[in-house]
Design a protein around this ligand. Structure first.
Ligand code: NAD
Ligand code: UDP
Length: 316
């Protein structure tokens, strides 16, 4: 059994945060979940509410927070383009002021802090697959910049606190992740395609569908976060977290049509601005430093995610 810790998870009622909270509780820890419900919902953590080691606080991380904890996972930030572009100024504030506030808390308590960074720090990458030393190709004034540059600034802050205050920081660059608790309407490709397939309406392929992404199932991702937090203090990352399997959006659509037995046709729509052409993590560092690699195949993960959305549509 692990020694019991009190763990703060910001953005804890979002998609990834809710799975992380469950996992931490299952290991016997106390979890303080902080969320302003911008893109997360109480329903994601409903089943945890009866657990006496779980506490939910409505709070916006752009304001300071004074609590006593042993570890912080900083996940608060809308992750889907629809949500983070809805209020770009707030997205930047959440990335930057949120990081400053959580780093300040970690500094006062001198505790480890994990930052949920993103593959978006690589922008539309010119090297493939992406290793952690690649510095990225980001448009600093484009539609995605509120998120990409916000997350890059957060990384800069984490490493400034590391150098200046010797804080034990842990930075994970998360690639596209999917699974139950994704929102049905946040425009991400997996949720869009599954809902469209289940409703037998056209599958919206942006561009010609030849752009690629790598998709990691949420349980694998949470395991990687836990291992990074448990790693020696000298290991700060940044470390890529994702599944190196790479698929075009057309391949993804075909797999989802096959698994759902849907009759949906494909509908080709305009490609959004600054949409990266390709993305695949090189996970050598995570393999070597954390002994981690993803275990769930795309088909297995999609089956579980489809089952989740089927239930949601049935109950709606
Ligand atoms: P999500 O939108 O489901 O969850 C984010 C949570 O943060 C939500 O519950 C939201 O209400 C909360 N939040 C937003 N702004 C806040 C604020 N100012 N104060 C307090 N809470 C706030 O997204 P997710 O997919 O669970 O992503 C979690 C983290 O992982 C994010 O930081 C995201 O950038 C990062 N990430 C996710 C992915 C992915 O594929 N899901 C990929 C890369 C990085
Ligand atoms: N995409 C698509 N149809 C959709 C939603 C998204 O073809 O209905 C494409 C999108 O243009 C992008 C890829 O799927 O190339 C992944 O999009 P998502 O928003 O899920 O993630 P991100 O672009 O942030 O990696």
């Amino acid at each position: 059994m692990f020694p019991r810790k009190r763990v703060l998870v910001t953005g804890g009622s979002g998609f990834l945060g809710s799975h992380l909270c469950s996992r931490l509780l299952s290991e016997g820890h106390e979890v303080l979940c902080v969320d302003n419900f911008f893109s997360g919902s109480r329903s994601n953590v409903e089943e945890l509410m009866d657990n006496r080691r779980f506490e939910l606080i409505r709070h916006d991380v752009t304001f300071p927070l004074f609590v006593e904890v042993d570890e912080i996972y900083n996940l608060a930030c809308p992750a889907s383009p629809v949500h983070y572009q809805h209020d770009p100024v707030q997205t930047i504030k959440t990335c930057v002021h949120g990081a400053i506030n959580m780093l300040g808390l970690a500094k006062r308590l001198n505790i480890p802090i994990f930052q949920a960074s993103t593959s978006e720090v690589y922008g539309d990458p010119e090297v493939h697959p992406q290793t952690e030393d690649y510095r990225g190709c980001v448009n600093p004034i484009g539609l995605r910049s509120c998120y990409d540059e916000g997350k890059r600034c957060a990384e800069a802050l984490f490493f400034a606190y590391r150098r200046q205050h010797k804080l034990p920081v842990k930075v994970g660059r998360i690639f596209n992740t999917y699974g139950p608790h994704m929102l049905p309407n946040d425009g991400r490709v997996i949720s869009n395609f599954i809902i469209q397939a289940l409703q037998n309406v056209p599958i919206t392929i942006y561009g010609d569908g030849s752009q690629t992404r790598s998709f990691c199932y949420v349980d694998d991702l949470v395991e990687c976060m836990i291992r990074l937090m448990a790693s020696p203090a000298e290991f700060t990352g940044p470390v890529n977290m994702g599944n190196p399997g790479e698929f075009t959006m057309l391949e993804l659509a075909e797999t989802i049509l096959d698994l759902t037995g849907s009759k949906s046709r494909l509908s080709f729509e305009p490609l959004p601005e600054d949409d990266p052409r390709q993305r695949r993590p090189d996970i050598s560092l995570a393999r070597n430093a954390l002994g981690w690699e993803p275990k769930v195949t795309l088909r297995e993960g999609l089956e579980k995610t489809i089952a989740y959305f089927e239930t949601m549509l049935r109950e709606a």
